[in-house]
Design a protein around this ligand. Structure first.
Ligand code: ATP
Length: 515
């Protein structure tokens, strides 16, 4: 674990050093849980968004996009339930004055039981070698069973407290399980209180008062309130989906995990409108499709798992998270929810407008049911970056840090380098870039030794480096170097575009999703 935390720290400083992520307002000592993306970060982020957008809108004929405003009529947030119920239970430690989410403290405690069980299993696996039967060990070993029983007991009590919205019991669980503040080490806790996560501001400045508006805490509502506009103007037939990428804002209580939990972040959401009664079938289908999208990146299939929700939101009849193994454990990257017809029905009620769909096949009108897929761009960015970050010891004993980013997501696709700054090499290198730049994001680099330049490109995940040397001037060939294997080969300049595009194009990735 300590090692993993170490990796996380390195990742944060690497992100800054190489222009991926900066603390917002850094020269003013920063603004908590708000971050800016640098010159490489913005490219990676845009590529992630492109991958999502194209997989939604190109691969699915019946999914179209929109871009709705961040400000919306305040009644929308009443109808969606956010004004009354978008709360987190918070608790303060009186000694450290630090604030925590009570539910997260308890979830961490549950994870401790899981760790204990896993350690027992690992120990036994080492001891018994090939003869080890993990399933049998898990179901019979007394120590494992004891931890599992304690976990179950805590889990059941926690789920009940959440479902009953029982804040006193959440606090009591924290006391009963001796959960202490990691900073002060004490159990000197305040009461648990609900805290609304929406930011609000004022719109207009007339004398009869301005209107309180919210910064949207999710992009989904912009889709719901436009669903009929899109359905009618796009002549969409159910089932169909609407996709949107945009900023969302939440006044998170605890925001200490870099870009995992931010107060301003970006979401990629798709709401899929279906016939009532068919929602669970579509829920299953979108679960599979979304996992496939993640796995196509090749970050490692074992890094993903589904986590079905213990407590279903009042509007949902099924919900799961796709979790990714971050340096600090498996964490939610994407949520997939079967939201029933809750949102649309509620908007009908609050707006007084009918939001029904006439189904030409069944000749019935109904309020569609909705499956939502909702993924955070920034969390996705973090998962890609953490899986890509690799430290390798080379044959000569040196260490290289390389970002093994999926090539289609890499900020720079190819770096073109003249061997030296003279002999016409720079001009030739520029010519190559002038030819490639319409298809590929290129970078010209002539400073320092070739070895150093390779390292710099490795550190930002550039899949290809092209070196121009004496031979280039004679026969129009260059050295093409591959990031992951560090292999080099001699190729004709005329072949560069094809070789590189084939490996870095979004199309290659999208084909895997569509397989
Ligand atoms: P959590 O339980 O971690 O607070 P959530 O269940 O509230 O997340 P959703 O409301 O389902 O999250 O939002 C969908 C997605 O938006 C999440 O899977 C996550 O990727 C992203 N997201 C939510 N809150 C944040 C945040 N504060 N910072 C960055 N991304 C976020």
């Amino acid at each position: 674990m300590a090692q993993q935390e170490d990796v996380f720290k390195k990742l944060v400083s690497h992100s800054k050093e190489y222009g991926f992520v900066f603390q917002s307002s850094e020269i003013y000592d920063g603004l908590s849980a708000v971050y800016d993306y640098g010159q490489n970060g913005v490219e990676l982020k845009n590529n992630i968004k492109k991958y999502w957008w194209e997989s939604m809108t190109l691969l699915n004929e019946n999914v179209v996009g929109i871009d709705s405003a961040i400000f919306m009529h305040p009644t929308i947030w009443k109808a969606s339930g956010h004004v009354d119920a978008f709360n987190d239970p918070l608790i303060d430690n009186k000694d450290s004055k630090k604030r925590y989410r009570a539910d997260v403290l308890i979830e961490d405690q549950i994870a401790k039981f899981d760790d204990k069980i896993n350690k027992e299993v690992e120990k036994a696996a080492k001891k018994y070698g090939d003869a080890f039967d993990e399933a049998q060990y898990r179901s019979t070993n007394p120590r494992v069973l004891e931890h599992a029983a304690k976990r179950e007991e805590l889990h059941t009590r926690f789920a009940k407290a959440l479902n009953d919205n029982n804040l006193d019991d959440l606090r009591q669980i924290i006391l009963d399980y001796d959960i202490v503040c990691p900073i002060s080490g004490t159990k000197n806790w305040t009461e648990v209180r609900q805290f609304n996560l929406m930011f609000s501001t004022e719109m207009g400045s007339t004398s009869d008062g301005s209107m309180k508006v919210y910064l949207r805490p999710e992009t989904a509502q912009g889709i719901f309130v436009n669903y009929l506009n899109v359905q009618k103007t796009g002549r969409m037939k159910i089932p169909f989906g609407i996709a949107q990428i945009g900023k969302a804002f939440r006044n998170e209580i605890v925001a200490r995990q870099f870009i995992f939990r931010m107060r301003e972040f970006e979401q990629m959401e798709m709401q899929f409108f279906v016939r009532p009664g068919e929602e669970l079938e579509w829920f299953k289908k979108w679960k599979e499709t979304r996992l496939k999208w993640h796995k196509a990146l090749g970050l490692g299939d074992q890094k993903y798992r589904f986590h079905d929700h213990e407590k279903l939101a009042h509007y949902a009849n099924a919900a799961t998270d796709i979790e990714f193994e971050m340096p600090f454990g498996f964490k939610e990257v994407e949520g997939i929810h079967s939201r029933t017809n809750f949102d649309l029905s509620s908007h009908e009620k609050y707006s007084g407008k009918k939001l029904q769909y006439f189904d030409p096949e069944t000749k019935e009108s109904y309020v569609p049911y909705v499956i939502e897929t909702s993924i955070g761009v920034d969390r996705m960015f973090l998962s890609v970056l953490s899986a890509a970050y690799t430290e390798e010891v080379l044959e000569n004993g040196e260490t290289r840090v390389v970002l093994k980013l999926p090539a289609a997501l890499a900020p720079i696709k190819v770096a073109v380098m003249p061997l030296t700054k003279k002999d016409g090499f720079p001009e030739k290198a520029r010519q190559i870039i002038d030819d490639l730049k319409f298809d590929l994001k290129c970078q010209y680099d002539e400073k320092d030794s070739i070895g150093k330049r390779y390292r710099r490109q490795d550190a930002i995940g550039t899949p290809f480096c092209v070196t121009v040397d004496h031979q280039t001037l004679e026969d129009n060939t260059v050295t093409l170097r591959y990031r992951d294997t560090m292999e080099q080969e001699r190729v004709g300049i005329a072949d560069l575009k094809n070789i590189i595009c084939d490996q870095v194009s979004m199309k290659t990735l999208l084909k895997k999703v569509a397989e």
